[in-house]
Structures are given as C-alpha cells and as structure tokens.
Design a protein around this ligand. Structure first.
Ligand code: MN
Length: 741
C-alpha cells in the first residue's frame, strides 16, 4: 500500500467517526430545537470540523470529536439548549484555530460570541502558568456574567477528565488537582451532583489508582449480594407503596468509589464493614402541589415497617439546601439489622439533584422557595466586588462562604437570614448592614449576651446593640468567618492606615523639600527600595516609625531633583559575584524578609516547604506544622487544599516584603522529542546564557521522548518565568512545567 492509500483510508475513517458523533449529538437534541436552531447548529458543526481539520487529540483521534462530545454532554447530562450546543461546538475554535471572535459574532450573533469569548478567556488562563487562585477567580467572574460559560466549561472539563488516559502523567496530576480543587466543589455548589461524583472518582483514579481499582473491584464482586439485599428490603414495601396510588420508582444505588474510599480512610474500617455502601432511592411522580405530602406519606409507610434512626432524618423538602437540593433522607434498620439510607423525592427533585442549576431554572418558582441560586450568585458577586486583591485570601473567603453548608437564624422581627456554617454573632451584625457591624457593641443570642465570636446555630434569634463611637479593630478579624464581614473590617483597617499614613506623608514632604527633590519621584524611589507594594505602606511605615527616615535618607543624595542612592563598597562587590557557569549550590546573601500574619517574619522560625519550593514573587502562605516549625508553601501547592481545608487555624497569611538576594530552588520538568545527542548541552547552555545557576539536572529518555528534571537557583518568579519561556522556545522541547510536588 502507498502512503496516499493509508492517508485516504484514515481520512475516510475519521469522517465516519465524526459523522457518527454528530448524529449522536442530534439524537439528544430531538424535540429541543426548531428549524432555525438546527440550521445554526449545523453551521457551527461545519465551522468546527473545518477549523479543527488538521488537529488531533493526544489519543490520535480527530480533534473535533472533543467539541462534539462536549456539546452532547451539555444537552444530555446538564440539560442545556441549542445556544449552549453552538457555543460548545465552537469553544476551542477561537483559541486554537485562525477563526476569530469577530467571525463568530457575524455568523452567530452577540450572545454566542460573548459565551465563546468567556470560554476562551478561561481556557487561556488555565494554560498559562498563573496561580490556581487567580484562575479560580476568573471562573467565578464568568459565572456571574453568563452561567452557561461555567456549565459548558464543566462539560469540557468532564470530557477531558474522561479521556485523560492519553496524557503524560504530570499533566494528568495537574489537571486532576485543578479538578478536585475547583471543579468538584463548584459542581457541588451548582447542584451538579452527577458531575461532582464523577469528577471525584476520576481524580481518585489518577491520584490513587491502587485504591480506586481495589474499591471498584470489590464493588463488582459484591454486586449480586447487594442487589439481593435491596430486593429483600423492598419486598415488604411494595404493596404498601402501591396503596398510596401514585406512580413511583425504587432504585438501589451504590455510593461513589470516592465516597466509599473516604469512609475507609476516615473511619479506618475495611470495605467489608461499611454498612452504607448504597442508598435506596424512592422517586414519586406527582404534581408539585402534592410533593411534600406524598414524600412524608412514603416516609411514614417505610417507618411503619422498618425502625428509623431519628437523628438521621434530614428534611430538605421543607427547607432545600442552599444549592437547590431537595430530598427527604432517613436511615432505617433493615433486614439482618443493617442500616439502610433511604432518599425520598419527586421526579422534579430528582432531576434537580442530577442536573442542578439548569434543571432548577426550568422549575423556577415551583417549590415556593426563594431562588437559592439567585441568592448564591448575589453572594458570589458580593465577594468578587469586595475588591480582595490577595488571591489566597479570596480563596479562603470563598471556600468558607460559598462552598460550605449554612445555618438559618432569625432577626428580632422574625426575618430569616442564611449564613455559612460556623458564622458568628459578629458575622450576623455585618450581614444586617455594614454600619451595624462597624458599631456593634453587644450581641444577644436568644436573649442572652454572647461574645462577638459566638458561633450561631440553626434557629437562633439574634439581636445587635450598636453605638456610634464603636470602631472595628484588627482583632475583630478573629471573630468573623464570612467574606462580607472580613472584607468590611479589612477596608476599615485600610482606611485607618491611610489616615495615619497622612502624618508620614507630611514628614516626607518636608524632608524632600529640604533636600530639593521632587516628591513623587522620591516616593517612588523609596517604595522600590523597600519593595513595598504601595506608597501608602511607605507613609504608614514612616508615621509608625517602622523605618527611621533620617537614617534611610543618608544612603541617598539629591541629583537633578531626584533621589539617587550613594553607592557603597558592598554594592560594588555584589556586582562581581555572579560567575557564569558556576555550579555553586546555594548563595545566601541574607534571608528573604516576609510578613507573616501581618508581622515581620524576624520573630518566627520558618523554612520553605520542599513540596512546592516557593520562589520570591509566588503567592504564598505560612503553615504552622506540629513538629517542624513554620513552613512557607505556595498558594497553589498540591498540599494547600488539604492544609487549608483541615488545618485552617494553623494557616497564616504570608507576603514577600524584601527582594534580598536569596536564591530559591525551583524544579522544572522538561519533556520533548529526543532528536539525538546535544539536548543536554542545549538546555544547560540556554540556562547559562540567562545567568541562572543549576543545582541538579537529570534526564531520561525512551521511545524518542525525553524527560528532564532541572533544579534551578533563581532569585524570583520573573527570572523563573524567563527561564521557562526560553526553554520552551527551544526546538524539540514540548513542555516545561514547574513541578508541583
Ligand atoms: Mn476543550
């Protein structure tokens, strides 16, 4: 056979695959679109096929199969309509092909262009080396613009996770970490339970493959026994349920592999001893008006036959969860004395629990509850608008506020307020009004005076006494958990800082006038000299005498109305230090200065975590270990999620304040095509040309691929980024990734 024969054959095969996928997509759309929709979907499909025609996925299949499948997921598994399908088909077109956003706007209109633009921005931000926290913020910003952007992104991520097998290991790990950190909790919050569960299972398959396969194998082995048991459990219920006279379905569903594994780990019991491997779900088909009464009727029928465990009764029918979930849960003692979890719900509630947000919209207003998603989106907006510049703080706020469960409390007038679980009396004050928070002097819960930091419980009645002369202080931050309260207290502190800083500013004005230098340029010089983020920090430091301005100014002279540093002998020496090509292991010219928990790091013993090796300029936080003192981690460290989630109280904010000449170790993994000898030399040459020292270097290769690991000694993230970019530009290098773990 000639090469042409093979390629025509392959092209034919590709065409068949693509057509089959497209027909499959059209089938899921049946009855959901009119003639005009169909025409537009066809046009989007043709545009996507043409635009991606030369691209293939890592698995080797034609690239366009990906957008087609993403479109199918948005319809089939989320329940979105034709517009979302068009956007999903086009979601990678602008980023990866010559088609522009303008082309899309002309052909498909403003709405589609807007959503595709949102998806493109999200994508490019994820490919860049920006910190996870920043990415997270971007996801949420698009969420408030058009929810469909995030829903399509969820489908995109789900398909990528399902087909992750073809990716190299380090990419799998990175994508899995991002998924469990951002997408799984977000799916949960949007009520997409099916997505959340699958995300968690797929992540576990990558991060803990042995455990994953062991649990899934055991689930398979015990399937028959489980089904028999469920049958035994259901048998006596059938006649009773038939008597109620409404259509119903009973399902016995095993829990997810991830949740079973979690139980094995946290409860330290073997698989065989986990009693709730599955839940029984009873779904009734009744009109909305009768849902509640029929659900309770089913509950009473079941508990006539099996004894319930009262404290396991959860009524999310009367008060849905904040993510829209509605269901009646109970645990009963079933045959052979085993505990069985039973979930009772209507068809509508079931659809909401599977498809979340999208289904919720469809039924908007049906259950007579305030719209929980609208309320939630409002609070997302609140947090985004609070102008929190520090991404790590933002994530912390977000995690405590928007992913957690909630408590319901009441004002003295009986109005209900929803606050995140763990919210305090002072949080409540801020939730009423910023001024009530600022001036709160005494808070009563159920008519008893409580401390400001008192944690609220469901059903508490809370009243706040205010006094105009009361003012928030730094210490208040300890007493609140909500983002709103934290950001309001922080901005009050900032205002106070600014007010006090005015004294410092006045001092500087006088000094600079005497020296005959321009105020603004001199301020800039000093801000740079001290590595402050903002001139206000300089003013404050002067006012509070954190720095002695008279001593500092002795190091400068006035020249042409500008402040110029007087060169010292030491500085001259420093210039000579870097020796090209030297293999010095570590050059310490002083410990880098940090601000830990807002205070100078000098009073702390600390070291840099080796799991993520922070570099000056990285987003960081401090963690107090049980035995090894304080460790500084990167905010996007693989351990961060775990540490923040479980030991939030041991975490302190940390920031860089000085650019001392310290070198940091940064580990890079470089992969590429092994084009024979010379790759090692070219990599090291490139790094030497950048005047960066190498601490260690190893390289291995097989089947025409190489993977190199380089530990670099860099001064800051700028230098690191430069190194990554230059290495990436080398021929035959495909990826350069900073190692996460
Ligand atoms: Mn994609």
């Amino acid at each position: 056979m000639t090469t042409t024969d093979i390629s025509t054959e392959r092209a034919e095969e590709d065409k068949r695959l693509i057509m089959a996928a497209y027909r499959n997509l059209l089938r899921t759309l049946e009855g959901k679109c009119d003639e005009k929709d169909k025409k537009n979907i066809r046009a989007a499909y043709e545009l996507a096929v043409d635009a991606h025609k030369t691209q293939r996925r890592k698995s080797g299949e034609p690239y366009v199969l990906h957008p087609i499948e993403v479109a199918r997921i948005t319809v089939d598994e989320i329940g979105l309509g034709p517009t979302a399908v068009i956007c999903a088909l086009l979601h990678d077109v602008v980023e990866d092909t010559p088609v522009t956003l303008e082309d899309i706007r002309k052909q498909f209109g403003e709405k589609v262009a807007l959503i595709v633009d949102g998806l493109t921005k999200l994508d490019s931000s994820f490919n860049a080396d920006s910190p996870q926290a920043e990415n997270f913020k971007k996801v949420l910003t698009t969420l408030t613009e058009d929810v469909r952007v995030v829903l399509i992104k969820m489908s995109d991520r789900l398909h990528n996770m399902r087909t992750l097998g073809a990716m190299p290991r380090h990419k799998q790990l990175k994508i899995a970490a991002e998924t469990s950190y951002i997408y799984a909790p977000l799916a949960h919050r949007l009520g997409l339970y099916g997505f959340k569960t699958e995300f968690q299972d797929l992540c576990m398959k990558i991060t803990e493959p042995d455990a994953y396969y062991s649990v899934s194998q055991k689930l398979k082995e015990t399937k028959a026994a489980r089904e028999n048991y469920i049958e035994e459990f259901i048998a006596p219920l059938r006649t009773e349920l038939d008597d109620i006279g409404v259509p119903y379905r009973i399902l016995g569903r095993p829990k997810s592999i991830y949740s079973i594994w979690n139980k094995i780990k946290t409860k330290k019991v073997p698989f065989e001893e986990i009693y709730d491997l599955f839940a029984v779900r009873i779904i009734v088909d009744v009109p909305p008006k009768k849902e509640k009464s029929v659900c309770w009727l089913v509950y009473s029928t079941i508990t006539d036959i099996y004894r319930p465990i009262p404290e396991r009764l959860k009524d999310w029918v009367t008060t849905p969860k904040a993510n829209g979930y509605e269901s009646l849960h109970t645990t009963i003692i079933g045959p052979k004395g085993r505990y069985v979890e039973v979930q009772i719900r209507s068809e509508r509630m079931d659809e909401i629990s599977e498809k979340g947000f999208a289904a919720h919209w469809k039924y908007k207003g049906v259950n007579g509850q305030p719209d929980v998603f609208d309320t939630w989106l409002d609070s997302v907006r609140d947090i985004l608008e609070s102008g929190n510049e520090n991404a790590t703080e933002f994530i912390n706020d977000f995690k405590t506020n928007l992913f957690s469960e909630e408590v319901f409390v009441y004002t003295p007038k009986g109005d209900m307020k929803m606050l995140p679980k763990g919210a305090t009396a002072l949080d409540f004050a801020f939730s009423i009004h910023t001024d009530v928070g600022y001036h709160a002097t005494a808070i009563k819960v159920n008519n008893k005076l409580v401390p400001m930091g008192h944690q609220l419980n469901n059903g508490d009645q809370v009243s706040v006494t205010t006094n105009k002369s009361q003012k928030p202080s730094e210490g208040w931050l300890k007493w609140v958990v909500t983002g709103k309260a934290r950001s309001k207290i922080r901005s009050a502190m900032k205002e106070e800082r600014r007010r006090r800083g005015r004294d410092g500013e006045e001092q500087l004005r006088r000094k600079f006038k005497n020296m005959n230098v321009d105020f603004e340029s001199a301020v800039n010089t000093l801000v740079k000299y001290f590595n402050y983020a903002h001139f206000a920090d300089l003013f404050y430091a002067v006012a509070e005498e954190e720095i002695n301005i008279t001593t500092v100014l002795k190091k400068f002279k006035a020249e042409d109305g500008k402040l110029v540093p007087i060169p010292t002998e030491k500085k001259e020496e420093e210039k000579k230090t870097p020796v090209k090509g030297s293999r010095v292991l570590r050059r310490f010219n002083g410990t880098p200065k940090l601000l830990i928990g807002g205070e100078s790091s000098e009073q702390y013993e600390y070291s840099f975590a080796t799991c993520c090796s922070p570099v000056l300029g990285d987003d960081i936080f401090a963690y107090i270990t049980a035995t090894a003192g304080m460790k500084i981690h990167r905010a996007n460290c693989a351990n961060a999620e775990h540490l923040m989630a479980n030991y939030g109280y041991r975490i302190l904010k940390a920031e860089w304040v000085s650019g001392a000449n310290t070198e940091f170790v940064a580990n890079l993994v470089i992969t590429g095509v092994d084009a024979g000898r010379g790759i090692i030399q070219r990599l090291t040459q490139e790094i030497n040309d950048l005047d960066i020292n190498i601490r260690s270097f190893s390289i291995s290769g097989h089947e025409g691929y190489f993977e190199g690991k380089i530990a670099l000694l860099v001064n800051n993230t700028d230098q690191l980024t430069l190194a990554v970019k230059s290495l990436q530009n080398l021929d035959n290098v495909s990826t350069v990734i900073r190692e996460e773990v």
